[in-house]
Design a protein around this ligand. Structure first.
Ligand SMILES: [Zn+2]
Length: 231
């Protein structure tokens, strides 16, 4: 299962490297201070009018994750992206589900690395308008894997934001490799929740919330849609 998903993601990335030549005349931004859009997978915007729905592979997952995602979902709606938490449906982590669904499941080490989860948008949606994606949380968080409460909460929010079209805003070294936690910070030292690995607020009251950098990224996804005349 894990292998199928990893191969599928890699294949998508490869395909996109060949097909990501911009075809739109409209100018839009795919990177800014503390945010980056997953343009290498062909996603440049989110729909300003459609409602995206988070669904879960099982009822146990729905119950487990709904309260943990709720504060971020409120924030995302406040930015203008319509996102609701839905119910249970079959999730095949190797294949995108219905349009505008962000499907959540659990897998053991979906990235092949202890403690890492995976999230990605469905690649190459028409006109670059994201249609949701797939999230696989590492199942070992719930079987004794040592993880700080804020790291867990931030990760649970980080991955669906990938599915909506946000990428890691990390700076890169000379070889193009992301510098771990190499991201812009607030004056209080908070880095974007999309910064890899383990970005986001570290207090009990703020963990699991988007920072201003992340909401700016969502706003850019909306702005890009409007720049293309997408309503
Ligand atoms: Zn990530």
């Amino acid at each position: 299962m894990r292998k199928i998903f990893a191969v599928s993601a890699a294949a998508a990335l490869t395909a996109c490297a060949l097909t990501s030549t911009p075809t739109h005349a409209a100018a839009f931004a795919t990177v800014g201070t503390g945010w980056r859009i997953t343009s290498q997978l062909g996603v440049t915007s989110v729909s300003p009018s459609k409602t995206y729905t988070i669904t879960f592979a099982t009822e146990a997952m729905r119950k487990r994750y709904t309260p943990l995602l709720a504060p971020a979902v409120t924030q995302i709606n406040a930015v203008g992206v319509h996102l609701k938490i839905g119910g249970v449906e079959a999730v095949n982590p190797a294949k995108c589900g219905p349009a505008y669904h962000v499907q959540i499941t659990e897998m053991y080490r979906p990235m092949g690395k202890a403690g890492f989860s995976q999230g990605m948008p469905c690649p190459n949606p028409p006109k670059g308008v994201g249609i949701g994606g797939i999230v696989a949380y590492d199942s070992e968080y719930w079987t004794g894997y040592p993880i700080k409460a804020y790291t867990l909460r931030n990760t649970l929010v980080h991955e669906p934001l990938h599915a909506l079209g946000l990428d890691h805003p990390n700076q890169r070294d000379a070889t193009g490799t992301e510098i771990p936690r190499g991201c812009v910070a607030t004056s209080y030292g908070n880095i974007p929740i999309m910064c890899s690995p383990n970005g986001g607020y570290q207090t009990i009251t703020s963990m699991g919330h988007l920072t201003g950098f992340d909401t700016a990224g969502l706003k850019a996804l909306l702005t890009n849609a409007k720049a293309q005349g997408i309503r």
